[in-house]
Design a protein around this ligand. Structure first.
Ligand code: C2E
Ligand code: MG
Ligand code: MG
Length: 771
């Protein structure tokens, strides 16, 4: 469905009434002629003024219609003036109905004025080539046609005029006739302009006017009595009818077409006009020379005409060759345009194509919604299947999307695993229904080779609001899509303006975080991990803190996600790793065997994906004088399912002897299978399971907490309970078999110095007394 097919803000069709009046008047004249012109001649001539008055009204209506470009409106205003002169001519014809022999100057002169104004109006339309060369070419074409048609009029048409015809009438007739031919050339030029402003159908209908003008002049001056009568009563109504219909068409289709309004075939006919003129003149010269010259003179003339003929033929040949070359270039250009706008893997639109389609709807003030779809965890699938199968999957995804799109909902692949659909609506409910339909379509299993794959996707929906550009709408959809991903994937989120504020805040935070790393605003605190049986200090987890110069303390819960998204987590994480290891080295130097053996450092998935992480760890350990036994790396469950690169990094760290802890254990999706696939040493039971434990209200959580302890025992892993806040929790966890724990109840995250004090002090009796 093209944009124009959608009902919307197209102006109401109008201007039909004047066209109907002009048609009625013309038909009445035709009827009158068919009946053998009964009664008074005034009856026949009355059609002209009526039809022409209607045409003037029609042009006036278009000239004052608001949604048209200025150039087009002014064109129709000039046509209205032309119509007024033709109307004068029609009224004079009516008044002189009874002594109408040949063309009278009173009728001819206003008619000529009308034709000239028409021609000027056409010439003022935007031509393709307003260069000096373009004008010169147009002038030469015009001059050729004018000279040829003048000669033909003078020799042929005026020769046939009745002997009594006055010189003024002859000249007027010749000028009006020649103007008709020239007008045809000008209409052709206007219609062939690459950015034709006036509607194509309108221009085509207007071409009736010069044709009638030429035929009319010829018949008026040289025709039979009956033919002359026919045209003298019918010519002006026909011209008026063409103007009124043309105006009506323009009002119905106010949009200017992007393509030239006439096709290549018609264009070449217009290009041929000068050659036709030359040929006609040559024929005239030969025939005149046959009547009025001696054989010698005639031979020279015929030779000259032949040479002119050869030159013309030669020119036609090059014109033909040019046309063929031009067609080839156009075809290539169209193909290039198509390629530039489509995605070569799926054949859907690409990012540029989608942006253009969206911009087009927005420019035309049609309702539009951008829907952005991103496949969840595609990277993992791609890593597992390999790139070839990944491409195949992307292709099938594209086809599936296309199948589930309705007509008028173009689909695009923006790159990677990101797809988009342009929805022709501004109703959020409709847009969400379409999104649900499309996501459900993508949720059906895919068959790649002998594998059956089930995918999920997240989507962002952004309805184009008033005054928003295509770029903004796309960005909004992107923001909403991120929100969908963050809210847990396999869902969609509709954009709301506050999301942009969040996004801006994040962007600003990312900028400031960058400075914070450079300017040393970051600190590490250490939360002790205790042996729950002995109450002894067992280890410590390094946690980053940001003391912002104006905002004050910013929680890692707020800036770690920002750092992850912006990639700043890589330098930040490097700093944390080095600082924590240096601190442990200092403690070990200061407290010897009293110091903790290992330090826990949180590592984000972006760091693991970075190829150099293993080398970095090795370098830091050796530079701080530590061994791999002194470091425990904490990763979250969701980060380790991130593909082969992460898996390899973790394996290499394990082989090096660095221990791995699964953080926030129990909150992820595939906890159990992970334990088999990864070299895990420590399970850290998430705080949420510890929270509900004492009240015993949540049996499910209680069961998970107990199961994790048993699992750890069975697999010989160390189980650590996180976020212990009271004695009761501690007691229950110990009963369940948790050997280690951390939490505010025992100690909050502490500055290095305070944490160090614990290493020289006797063990804190963390509730052990009650045991
Ligand atoms: P996490 O690794 O699970 O760290 C434990 C979080 O729980 C810490 O919050 C800690 O202060 C808090 N916590 C400990 N005991 C209790 C308790 O009894 N009650 C309550 N309410 N909270 C307790 P924090 O320091 O705000 O860190 C939050 C998260 O930020 C961490 O969760 C970790 O995922 C991330 N994070 C912190 N530092 C780093 C870092 O250096 N690198 C990376 N990649 N992530 C970090
Ligand atoms: Mg942690
Ligand atoms: Mg945790």
């Amino acid at each position: 469905m093209s944009a124009r097919e959608t009902a919307g803000d197209r102006p109401r069709p109008g201007g039909l009434a004047p066209a109907a009046v002009a048609l009625a008047a013309t038909l009445a004249v035709v009827g009158w002629l068919l009946l053998g012109a009964p009664g008074n001649l005034y009856v026949g001539y009355a059609g002209g003024p009526i039809a022409m008055a209607a045409a003037v009204v029609a042009c006036w209506q278009v000239g004052s219609t608001a949604p048209l470009p200025r150039a087009v409106r002014s064109f129709w205003r000039q046509l209205r003036y032309a119509g007024v002169f033709l109307l004068i001519s029609a009224v004079i014809s009516l008044l002189r109905a009874n002594n109408n022999t040949g063309l009278s100057p009173y009728v001819g002169l206003p008619m000529l004025a009308g034709v000239v104004i028409l021609m000027v109006a056409m010439l003022r339309l935007p031509f393709g080539e307003r260069t000096a060369l373009g004008w010169l070419r147009a002038l030469l074409d015009g001059a050729t046609v004018a000279v040829a048609s003048t000669l033909i009029f003078w020799y042929v048409v005026l020769d046939l005029a009745p002997p009594g015809t006055s010189l003024v009438a002859r000249i007027a007739a010749a000028v009006v006739g020649v103007s008709g031919v020239l007008l045809l050339v000008v209409i052709g030029k206007a219609a062939a302009a690459p950015s034709a402003a006036v509607h194509p159908a309108s221009l085509r209908v207007l071409a009736v006017a010069p044709l009638v003008d030429m035929a009319g002049t010829i018949l008026l001056i040289a025709g039979e009595q009956r033919g002359r009568l026919t045209l003298s009563v019918l010519a002006l109504p026909l011209v008026a009818l063409s103007m009124a219909v043309s105006a009506h068409l323009q009002r119905r289709e106010p949009g200017a077409p992007a393509q030239p309004v006439i096709g290549a075939a018609q264009r070449s006919i217009f290009n041929l006009l000068p050659f036709i003129a030359v040929t006609a003149t040559a024929a005239l010269v030969v025939s005149v020379s046959a009547q009025e010259m001696s054989t010698r003179q005639r031979t020279v003339i015929i030779g000259a005409v032949l040479i002119a003929g050869f030159v013309v033929a030669r020119q036609l040949l090059s014109l033909h060759e040019n046309n063929i070359a031009l067609r080839g270039i156009r075809r290539q250009q169209a193909e290039l345009e198509r390629l530039a706008l489509s995605d070569n893997l799926t054949g859907l639109l690409n990012r540029t194509g989608f942006g253009m389609a969206l911009a087009e709807r927005i420019d035309e003030r049609l309702p539009a919604t951008a829907l952005l779809i991103d496949i969840d965890d595609f990277k993992m699938i791609n890593d597992t299947l390999g790139p070839a199968a990944g491409d195949q999957l992307l292709y099938h995804l594209g086809q599936r999307l296309r199948e589930h799109c309705r007509p008028g909902e173009p689909a695009a692949r923006l790159g990677g695993d990101e797809y988009a659909v342009l929805l022709p609506t501004d109703d959020p409910v409709v847009a969400e229904a379409a999104t649900a339909r499309l996501l459900a379509g993508l949720g059906e299993p895919f068959r790649i080779g002998d594998q059956q794959l089930l995918l999920h996707a997240s989507a962002g929906i952004a309805v184009a609001a008033d005054g928003e550009s295509a770029d903004e709408v796309q960005r909004n959809a992107d923001i909403a899509m991120y929100a969908a991903k963050e809210s847990g994937k396999a869902s969609w989120v509709r954009f709301e303006p506050r999301m942009r504020q969040d996004m801006t805040l994040h962007a600003r935070l990312a900028g400031e975080l960058h400075d914070a790393i450079v300017q040393g605003q970051l600190r590490l605190v250490y939360q002790p991990v205790f042996d729950l049986e002995t109450g002894a200090l067992h280890g410590a987890e390094a946690l980053v803190r940001w003391r912002h110069p104006t905002r004050g303390f910013v929680s890692p819960g707020d800036f770690i996600p920002v750092a992850e998204r912006s990639g700043l987590i890589v330098p930040l994480g490097s700093w944390v790793l080095r600082e924590a290891c240096e601190q442990l080295a200092r403690w070990r130097a200061a407290f010897g065997p009293g110091a903790i053996e290992a330090i826990n450092v949180n590592v984000a998935v972006r760091q693991l994906r970075d190829g150099g992480f293993v080398d970095e760890v090795a370098a830091v350990l050796s530079e701080t004088g530590l061994t791999s036994r002194n470091l425990i790396i904490e990763v979250t469950e969701s980060s380790v399912v991130d593909g082969w690169q992460v898996r390899e990094t973790l394996q290499a760290l394990h082989e090096m002897g660095v221990r791995l802890a699964l953080d926030d254990f129990g909150t992820g999706q595939s906890s159990l299978s992970l334990l088999r696939a990864f070299p895990v040493d420590v399970l850290k039971l998430d705080k949420s399971f510890v929270d509900g434990i004492a009240e015993g209200a949540d049996r499910g959580r209680l069961a998970v907490a107990a199961a994790v302890a048993q699992l750890a025992e069975y697999l010989q892993l160390k189980a650590v309970a996180e976020g212990i806040e009271n004695a009761e929790q501690l007691e229950r966890l110990r009963e369940m078999g948790y050997r280690y724990g951390q939490g505010f109840f025992m100690a909050k995250p502490l500055p290095a110095e305070e944490c160090g004090k614990l290493m020289s002090a006797p063990p804190v009796q963390v509730g052990v007394s009650s045991a």
